[in-house]
Design a protein around this ligand. Structure first.
Ligand code: NTF
Length: 836
């Protein structure tokens, strides 16, 4: 029976469930209560970290109040909900963004000031929550912010990794990795829910049961069980009550110990089982755009979807609706193929546990799921070896075979006798071993499949999933161009520019309605606005210059052109081409007289980004950047005309310092390889200009801000295949400038050339798959255009203003509204300030 409060105590509950007023005295009390009681500190035993903790816990109380009201309201209203399933959430820090969302930053600042603490210092004490690799994980975080802000009834689901993405240190120019044990000092932003846990089975066997009436059913039994425990991370909407939840799963052993073993004195063995369960959610796989077929990763994926579906189904069942209502109450979005096992898992639950027929179950499944594809790179498309899946998830393997059989039967019906088509479209790829093509399973099991920018959505339709477009007659495939949250990526990270925009527009409502930025265009010719705009940019460059000095001891001039490329290190992103361009510039400068050099635009080239630990060529790129920097930065003939800096350990909070400081940012992937990119949007929103290829979202950014305000170069996506084909059969045409650059490397200008041989070989004997040689000349030309344009201070200021003014489309609010209307069919459900 459910516990109910004695009626005469209800007023007590009401008192504690009503959010506290945001008043200085109340804030100071709650801060001091947490500092003294939760953390056992005293007035004479305090430091910035303890005061960060006290502040965070005080804010956490406010978050939980809003969260409780939101969840109770949703339970009562029972709207259709969306579940956003993602193996990655790259949230970064939370204190500043929560203060802003709750509208209490100023008053917290005052309250802490009076107590003798500087809020800015406390904010810097927080460690990043870095449960993601790059764009895909950060996109999920931006989408949570928009879902909350737009009042959608949404949940994020993910994994609570004990170790996030590794810490990168540069030792002797090389990347070295250190574990990111981010939970070491506790995590104020999570609520441990030991009461919310589910069992998850692995391995075992499948029993075939024939009933009296001849019907056949299957029971999955035996094997080993672990438990997934929930940790909830409240995500407040900006300026609204709605506070949604990211539920992260942590694996625990199903039984504390094997008591028999324990009593036999076999302690090691007893503890082993416990450890092996906890290992499942121990570490984030550090690969971006690359699949590694490790069994532990498959275990993560299954634990994740298994716990998530049990949780969603438990919530659904509370309302006693028939199963046929499920797709009208629940929408599940798959963030890439990583959670695709959710499809056979829901089918299994419906047929094996709920007793539905295959067809009824499959109808529910395919009305519930939708799938976002984030890459066309073949090495990133997930394929799991059939024997591996068979061993770990025997019942799921059977179901996947059946899904495939019924699907191929329909294909055969539509295209009779087309054997090659069946081979191409099969979810099971033939080979030794066979593989499960997860993207095909995701397509077949979903009602909608989307790409993340126009070009990318066209490429998935016309290149990688063509057969499926033909089969579904185009009906499943659509585009939702990515977006970023303007709260974190302008309002929070660039307070000076944010205040200035608010002042010019006469209101801060642009923070929730980015369309309003368009009105900035009216000010583009106003000299006072231009001047103030560039003064803010300079402040942000000073802030970055100071950071660079504190970390690397390199002095850089805030008056140089800041040219920035920060993102994961990957061959397709072509940081290699960037550093080759830097060498080209250096060689050019070396031939100049001092008078000629004085006329050059001084340039600071900034790199940052992590390489996957096992990605040899990407790691060599990092080494080359650092070696080139070492030579150039210490060349007395060069001075401030050229500086090259690699900032270690790129992460979300570093991005918040770097992005507002760019004059130019580089997004120079080989055309057709970067699905969207999202940092491109962040830079332009902060008045930085893109130098980039005609790829991903660069194209749509160009359309919005105007081609005069972006430096495009390089071959187009539809030319790439032909060039690669030619490269395979003839000697690659080496651009003469590029040849000089490679000669300089090979002569040892940047240290032992032997080190860089494998890297140079990717261009000379490796077929230059990413077309660096082909694009080099036009890249250098675009760089020269940028130098020329930068000399015209007024012209540059105008470009910069028009960049910000043109970015309305790239708010994640627009993206989320598109998902909600076109794909999830959910509506906002606004939450009242207090419950009746
Ligand atoms: C990434 N994909 C793409 O490489 C980026 O272009 C894109 O901006 C982000 O997704 C977000 O959509 C992946 O990380 C993955 F997993 F698909 F390889």
């Amino acid at each position: 029976p459910r516990w109910l409060p004695p009626p005469e105590t209800l007023h007590l509950w009401k008192e504690f469930e009503t959010p506290e007023p945001a008043e200085i005295a109340a804030i100071q009390k709650s801060f001091l209560r947490h500092v003294t009681k939760t953390f056992a500190r005293t007035a004479f035993n305090m430091d910035n970290f303890a005061s960060y903790q006290g502040t965070a816990y005080s804010l956490r109380d406010r978050l939980i109040d809003k969260w409780n009201i939101t969840q109770q309201h949703h339970t009562r209203e029972d709207p259709k909900r969306v579940y956003y399933l993602s193996l990655e959430f790259l949230l970064g820090r939370s204190l500043d963004s929560c203060l802003l969302s709750l509208g209490v930053k100023d008053i917290y600042k005052k309250a802490l000031d009076e107590l003798g603490f500087r809020l800015e210092d406390l904010i810097g004490e927080e460690v990043d929550a870095a449960l993601g690799n790059g764009g895909l994980g950060r996109l999920a975080a931006c989408y949570m912010d928009s879902l909350a802000t737009l009042d959608y009834p949404a949940w994020g689901y993910g994994i609570r990794y004990n170790y996030g993405i590794f810490k990168q240190l540069i030792v002797d120019g090389y990347q070295t990795e250190f574990p990111d044990y981010w939970l070491n000092f506790g995590n104020p932003w999570e609520i441990e829910r030991l009461d919310v846990s589910y069992e998850v089975r692995f391995r075992g066997y499948v029993n075939k049961v024939t009933e009296e009436d001849g019907t056949i059913s299957y029971v999955w039994e035996g094997g080993e069980k672990v438990v997934a425990v929930a940790y909830d991370v409240p995500i407040p909407g900006y300026g609204t009550m709605n506070t949604i939840n990211i539920r992260l799963w942590s694996a625990k052993p199903a039984r504390e110990f094997d008591f028999a073993m324990f009593n036999d004195g076999n302690y090691d063995k007893a503890v082993e089982e416990q450890k092996s369960a906890e290992n499942i959610t121990s570490v984030l796989y550090p690969n971006d755009n690359h699949m590694v077929g490790k069994i532990l990763r498959l275990k993560q994926q299954y634990l994740f979807v298994c716990a998530t579906l049990q949780d969603a189904i438990r919530r659904f069942k509370k309302t006693n609706r028939p199963w046929s209502d499920f797709p009208y109450q629940v929408s599940i979005q798959l963030n890439d193929t990583h959670p695709t096992l959710g499809i056979p898992e829901l089918q299994r639950i419906l047929i094996d546990e709920e007793g539905l027929s295959w067809d009824d179950a499959w109808d529910i499944v395919t009305k519930t799921f939708s799938f976002t594809n984030h890459t066309v790179l073949p090495e990133a498309l997930e394929r799991w070896a059939v024997p591996l899946v068979q061993d770990l998830l025997p019942r799921h393997m059977m179901i996947i075979f059946d899904i495939n059989l019924f699907f191929l039967q329909k294909v055969e019906k539509k295209f009779p006798g087309d054997r090659d088509r069946l081979r191409r479209m099969s979810i099971i790829e033939e080979g030794h071993p066979q593989n499960v093509r997860m993207a095909f399973l995701a397509i077949v099991g979903s009602h909608t499949v989307n790409g993340v920018a126009e070009l990318h959505s066209n490429l998935i339709k016309n290149v990688i999933f063509t057969d499926f477009v033909e089969y579904y007659e185009g009906n499943k495939f659509t585009n939702v161009t990515n977006g970023i949250t303007p709260r974190r990526w302008l309002h929070q990270c660039n307070p000076a520019l944010s205040d200035f925009i608010t002042q010019k527009l006469g209101s801060d409502s642009w923070v929730k309605d980015l369309e309003q930025l368009k009105k900035l265009k009216e000010f583009v010719d106003d000299p006072a606005v231009q001047k103030q705009w560039m003064a803010i940019k300079r402040q942000n460059k000073v802030r970055l210059a100071d950071y660079i000095h504190s970390i690397t001891s390199i002095q850089v001039s805030p008056d140089s052109l800041f040219d920035i490329q920060v993102k994961r290190i990957h061959e397709y992103k072509r940081q290699f081409m960037n550093i080759l361009g830097v060498i080209h510039r250096y060689l050019r400068l070396k031939k100049m007289t001092p008078e000629q050099k004085a006329k050059e635009v001084p340039r600071l080239v900034v790199f940052a980004g992590k390489s996957a630990p096992g990605y040899f060529i990407a790691k060599l790129v990092i080494k080359l950047i650092n070696s080139v920097g070492e030579v150039i930065n210490n060349d007395p003939e060069i001075g401030d005309v050229l500086k090259v800096v690699f900032i270690p350990n790129y992460n979300v909070s570093l991005a918040e310092i770097i992005i507002p400081a760019s004059d130019i940012s580089q997004h120079i992937s080989t055309a057709g390889t970067e699905a969207s990119g999202t940092s491109n949007m962040k830079f332009v929103l902060n008045g930085g200009i893109i130098l980039g290829t005609v790829d991903g979202a660069n194209i749509e950014i160009g359309e919005e801000i105007g081609e005069d305000n972006i430096f495009f170069f390089g071959v187009k996506a539809d030319e790439v295949e032909d060039i690669r084909h030619l490269n395979r059969y003839r000697k690659i045409e080496m651009d003469p400038d590029l040849r000089n650059v490679l000669d300089a490397i090979e002569k040892g200008t940047f240290g032992d050339p032997k080190i860089f041989e494998p890297l140079v070989a990717t261009l000379t004997v490796g077929g230059d798959y990413y077309l660096i040689s082909k694009d080099f000349a036009s890249y250098i030309e675009a760089q020269a255009d940028a130098d020329e344009a930068y000399k015209d201070k007024v012209g540059w200021a105008k470009k910069s203003i028009l960049c910000t003014a043109g970015m309305s489309k790239f708010s994640s609010d627009r993206s989320i509204n598109e998902y909600a209307e076109k794909i999830w069919k959910i509506k906002p459900c606004s939450v009242p300030a207090t419950l009746p």
